[in-house]
Design a binder for this molecule. Structure first.
Ligand SMILES: Nc1ncnc2c1ncn2[C@@H]1O[C@H](COP(=O)(O)OP(=O)(O)OP(=O)(O)O)[C@@H](O)[C@H]1O
Length: 553
């Protein structure tokens, strides 16, 4: 038979012929149909609701669709369909339990071992096996050390000084040798599987200044940041973590300290770790806003949100905010930088005492020159690891003040104050005394050199001559201005007054005051209080007088 039979709906009318039925009269099928009673045509014809022509049926041949050759001539039987449904390729994946005999007799295998070599595959993150997954960190520096503006502060190949191993006693038991009296300690699953995180083993990576800062830093500032970083991270001396930045005015101490702080907040020599979590900037109250602005200026407004105590909050709000800042830790630290005036910091030092502060920057740090002051004591009792003093004038009067600053930046570097006084201060002062002996002068010079050797490693000072190449040429114009008639009248009145006359004879007691009055007078009489400074000067007033002076007539 060459035609295809169409499937009739179950329970449908068998007598309905479809146009696809073949017209063969000799077959058994045709005979069967002929003997059936006649039915009026159209009685079972489906009526179409739509006027549109009926869609033509297309023959689709599914034979060979899955690669198997089927007899396309035959109609599908139910068995065919069942066979199709249960065919392997058409089945949904279903979990098949392993045969328990085989499964239980199999040897246990550590799941993250490389099956080919039987070794732990180090490139693969260990499966957690029900434990919390340890932090995975990428072993690479935060910023590319070979980038265009890269400034590398720490290079593990250069700066990583390996600790001298203590000379080993061959008799001493090594870690591998089990001691007889050692208590048996059960190993944890993490230990057995080799998953135990060894935090000490973090690989070392270069520390690179954020490119957004390195492209604006001037050469002397790059040197400054390198100096600061080495001092505070113990690369200069592993027992000292502080320093004094004593650059002259306008050299950009603020930018250098921001670069240091930002680097420490974001990176460390250990991959995936930061050096510090919190930083405090102590400064005069007038500079709090300036520091906050400089942070935005150099880092951009989305980099960090400082907690600047600018006096706008009420006392109750401030206490809550400081307490919150103090207890925040880890990811809870949303404002890592606290900018605060010395006075406020002193007031709330007790609240902050237990907070680990990674870095303390003290702007205008010569405020800490008095070791006995409340500010020095309050700031010194904070739990600070690294301290930087910023001051354009670190040495002001005497060595005790110098000691207070150095001792604050690096406690115990110079011993106690009494030790410092005995070893350095007194011999140096005696050596400078005009009545000092040669031996005292020699000793004084030696001690001064020794002191410089110790402290110069932690002080950086450049003068603002460095700025000359960034500033336009300076022109100085000297212009002589004659005094006006009114000024000259006042001037003559003043120098002829009895007080000045006696001053000129060397009898008066306030020559500086007189010079001050003359200076002001030459600039503008408005600067003086004429009635008090120049009594009786009314005769020198011009005829048309400013209403301001009319009262004093
Ligand atoms: N690399 C730089 N590029 C452009 N401007 C800079 C740079 N470094 C600093 N400045 C600008 O120079 C000015 C002086 O800088 P800054 O106030 O930090 O100096 P300072 O050394 O702290 O001075 P002072 O002792 O007066 O506080 C600021 O306006 C600062 O923005």
């Amino acid at each position: 038979m060459s035609g295809r039979y169409r499937q009739r709906p179950a329970g449908g009318d068998n007598s309905v012929k479809t146009p696809l039925q073949p017209k063969s009269v000799n077959s058994q099928n045709s005979i069967d149909r002929l003997v059936k009673p006649f039915k009026c045509p159209g009685s079972a014809t489906p009526t179409r609701a739509s006027e549109k022509p009926s869609r033509k049926r297309r023959k689709v041949n599914y034979a060979n669709a899955d690669g198997s050759v089927e007899d396309g001539e035959k109609p599908y039987t139910n068995d065919d369909r069942l066979a199709l449904e249960t065919r392997e390729a058409n089945k949904f994946p279903a979990y098949k339990p392993k045969d328990k005999e085989v499964a239980f007799r199999q040897r246990f295998q550590v799941p993250f071992l490389n099956k080919a070599t039987g070794e732990y595959s180090s490139g693969r993150v260990a499966p957690t096996l029900g434990m919390r997954r340890g932090a995975t960190f990428v072993v690479k520096p935060l910023h590319d050390p070979s980038g265009e503006f890269a400034i590398v502060l720490y290079d593990p190949t250069v700066d990583d000084v390996a600790e001298e191993p203590a000379s080993k006693n061959p008799e001493a038991p090594t870690e591998d040798t089990p001691k007889l009296d050692e208590p048996i300690v059960h190993k944890s699953l993490a230990d057995i599987l080799g998953l135990k995180k060894n935090v000490e083993d973090r690989p070392k990576v270069p520390v690179v200044i954020d490119p957004r800062l390195s492209k604006v830093l001037r050469p002397h500032q790059v040197e400054g940041v390198k100096f600061l970083y080495r001092c505070v991270t113990g690369l200069v001396d592993k027992n000292a973590n502080g320093c004094i930045m004593a650059d002259g005015m306008g050299l950009g101490k603020t930018l250098q300290c921001i670069a240091l702080m930002w680097t420490l907040l974001k990176q460390s020599s250990e991959a995936g770790k930061t050096t510090i979590q919190k930083c405090v900037i102590a400064c005069p109250s007038s500079l709090v806003g300036n520091w906050a602005n400089e942070l935005v200026k150099w880092l951009g407004k989305d980099a960090t949100t400082p907690f600047a105590i600018d006096g706008k909050a009420t006392k109750a709000e401030l206490i809550t905010q400081i307490k919150q800042w103090a207890i925040a830790s880890g990811r809870g630290i949303v404002r890592p930088v606290l900018i605060v005036s010395y006075e406020t910091l002193r007031m709330y030092a007790d609240t902050l005492n237990d907070t680990p502060i990674g870095l303390l920057l003290c702007d205008e740090g010569h405020r800490l020159k008095n070791k006995e002051s409340l500010t020095w004591t309050a700031l010194n009792q904070l739990n600070v690891t690294r301290r930087v003093i910023l001051s354009g004038t670190p040495i002001q009067n005497d060595l005790s003040e110098y000691f207070a600053l150095l001792h604050f930046a690096n406690p115990n570097l110079l011993g106690s104050q009494a030790e410092f006084r005995k070893r350095f201060e007194l011999p140096i002062l005696r050596g400078r005394d005009a009545a000092g002996t040669d031996a005292e002068k020699k000793l004084g010079d030696e001690r001064l050199q020794e002191l410089s050797g110790i402290v110069n490693k932690f002080i950086i000072r450049r003068t603002n001559e460095l700025l000359s190449k960034y500033l336009p040429i300076k022109y100085e114009h000297v212009v002589f201005c004659n005094m006006s008639e009114f000024q000259r009248g006042l001037y003559n009145h003043f120098i002829k007054s009895p007080e000045i006359q006696s001053l000129l004879r060397g009898k008066g007691s306030q020559p500086l005051k007189a010079i001050g009055i003359l200076k002001k007078l030459c600039n503008h009489p408005d600067l003086l209080d004429l009635a008090n400074d120049l009594p009786g000067c009314e005769h020198a007033f011009p005829r048309i007088i400013h209403p301001r002076f009319s009262g004093s007539r």
